[in-house]
Design a protein around this ligand. Structure first.
Ligand SMILES: Cc1cc2nc3c(=O)[nH]c(=O)nc-3n(C[C@H](O)[C@H](O)[C@H](O)COP(=O)(O)OP(=O)(O)OC[C@H]3O[C@@H](n4cnc5c(N)ncnc54)[C@H](O)[C@@H]3O)c2cc1C
Length: 504
């Protein structure tokens, strides 16, 4: 039988059923519109199966064990190391064994239609889908098409690498066995987290970072993570480039490193190589060229969006009335949006879902004529927090947690900045564990005396972060923050010490 081309019409087409696409579709349906989600792989996307969930499932048992070992009384009761098979089994549970049935059920319950297949845009409001059922679908969107296609790993240019079967984060997070020797190329969040996870599972890990580890965080904070990794036996090679990787006859890999401390070249032999050197928006093959978008200077394509996720600079397509831009003027039709990793401003599930909620609501409001033009900052339709209040946690042990601007970013943005920093040494931290080592920093806008950012480093500091996020988003004056009394004895007492040191 010849496959059919089936034509369907929806209010909104969302391309990509990761966490972000799911949330956009949910919000537009809650707003009274119809939505179809088109997904080529698993509903739930990267976060559920190959990123946040499995990586945190691999890390948590090691953190729990180390936490107990750091508290006398509990330490004596812990006599064994991690059970790697049990850790991998628990990871399998958190990825639902890479089956998306429960997420599909949620879509059904929510009233979102799912179409499995690979798709691309053929014209404004129009998407073609090569369905996994063998059919071709031509979908029309009455109101909007949303790109929620996620991101793709960026491959570094290292001699020999392109020809080899090495691990990316997908292979590492779904590994069925713990390699004896693992070389990790990349000192970002995923590289650091997975290096520690595998070291604690028993691998002999070498981590190679071209510059510092976790370089977007203040050096005082990231150096605690370097110490944590080294304490777990990870050979952390900073300011070291990987010149080449080759596969040996016995299936192992040899990395040649340009190592400043060793005065030249050194080699590392590993059973597996994990390459984790960043990601870029997954926009290839989506038909964006047919709308006039082109990648520049050999770089991956990047879109610019407004505060509602509306794609900017969409060229006028001859023969169509669909000109993207400010709504409310004649001939203008806001139809193409990008959110989450695909939009390229933040690569976090929580921030992508925040964008998704605002974009979904904006699409529904525009469809009903309740939103015209660009919404005000901090309206429910705007991604305002993306500009200066993005929280992030690195789930290594110790953890790193930061929100808002660092001192350097605040200066670059023209603020009259001061900062206050302290080791975390309060009753709560000394009770938390023996030899608790932590560091905290507040970044202050001196003109308004409000927080622009905060960073915490130390065991379990991820849970301190939301207080800082609220203070930054709420622009709480320091004089009022002084009245937010941390409970005794908690690690949060560091807030009091920081404000005291600031001069309150
Ligand atoms: C190892 C690792 C750990 C991470 N840990 C965290 C963490 O702890 N916390 C956190 O906040 N973030 C974390 N992240 C980042 C997080 O995973 C991403 O920010 C998040 O998954 C982005 O969600 P998304 O919905 O935008 O994209 P994705 O989850 O990638 O979903 C995009 C979907 O679109 C589909 N798709 C793409 N193109 C097409 C097409 N043409 N047709 C049909 N379908 C298509 C894909 O198959 C995919 O399912 C981590 C990332 C990695 C790599």
């Amino acid at each position: 039988m010849t496959p059919a081309t089936l034509q369907r019409e929806f209010d909104v087409i969302v391309i990509g059923a990761g966490a972000v696409g799911e949330n956009v579709a949910d919000r537009v349906v809650q707003g009274g519109l119809t939505a179809v989600l088109v997904e080529a792989e698993l509903v739930g996307g990267e976060c559920s199966y190959w990123a946040c969930m499995p990586s945190k499932a691999l890390l948590r048992p090691g953190t729990a064990l180390h936490g107990a070992q750091a508290v006398p009384g509990a330490a004596e009761a812990v006599t064994l190391t991690l059970d790697a098979a049990a850790v991998l089994k628990r990871r399998d549970y958190f990825t639902a064994n890479w089956q998306d049935d429960s997420q599909v059920k949620w879509l059904e319950d929510t009233g979102i239609e799912l179409l499995r297949g690979h798709c691309w845009i053929t014209a404004p409001h129009t998407v073609e889908v090569a369905g996994l059922d063998g059919n071709t679908y031509e979908l029309k969107a009455r109101h909007a098409v949303v790109l929620a296609t996620g991101s793709t790993p960026t491959t570094p240019s290292i001699n020999g690498l392109a020809d080899l079967q090495v691990w990316g984060t997908r292979e590492a997070t779904s590994a069925k066995e713990v390699p004896e020797r693992l070389a990790v190329i990349g000192g970002g969040v995923a590289g650091s987290e997975l290096a520690q996870a595998f070291a604690r599972l028993g691998s002999d890990v070498t981590l190679v970072a071209r510059s510092g580890l976790l370089g977007t965080f203040p050096a005082e904070a990231s150096k605690l993570v370097v110490a944590g990794l080294r304490a777990d036996g990870v050979a952390v090679r900073l300011n070291t480039s990987t010149e080449s990787v080759r596969e040996n006859d016995d299936g192992t890999f040899t990395l040649t490193l340009q190592d400043p401390t060793a005065d030249g070249r050194t080699t590392v032999i590993a059973d597996k190589v994990l390459v984790s050197t960043g990601r870029h928006p997954a926009l290839e093959g989506l038909g964006l060229e047919s709308l006039g978008f082109e990648a520049q200077h050999g770089q991956p394509l990047k879109l610019t969006t407004d505060s509602t996720g509306l794609v900017q600079g969409l060229p006028d397509v001859p023969g169509t009335p669909n000109v993207q831009g400010e709504e409310g003027s004649d001939g203008v039709d806001p139809w193409l949006y990008a959110v989450g990793d695909a939009a390229g401003s933040n690569f976090f599930t929580h921030q992508g879902k925040y964008e998704a909620r605002a974009t979904g609501d904006a699409i529904a409001a525009r469809a009903k004529g309740e939103l015209r033009g660009t919404p005000k900052p901090w309206s429910r339709y705007a991604h305002t927090a993306n500009q200066h209040a993005v929280p992030s946690v690195v789930f290594t042990d110790p953890e790193l947690a930061a929100v808002g601007r660092t001192v350097e970013q605040a200066k670059r943005d023209g603020y009259n900045v001061s900062s206050v920093e302290l080791p975390i040494e309060v009753s709560g931290s000394s009770l938390h564990s023996e030899h608790y080592e932590g560091w905290a920093q507040l970044v202050v806008d001196e003109d308004r005396r409000v927080l622009l950012g905060a960073t915490f480093a130390g065991p379990d500091v991820g849970e301190l972060l939301h207080a800082a996020t609220i203070a930054v988003v709420g622009e709480v004056p320091l004089e009022r923050l002084w009245h937010a009394v941390p409970s005794f004895p908690t690690v949060s007492e560091v807030w009091l010490r920081l404000l005291e040191k600031y001069g309150l």
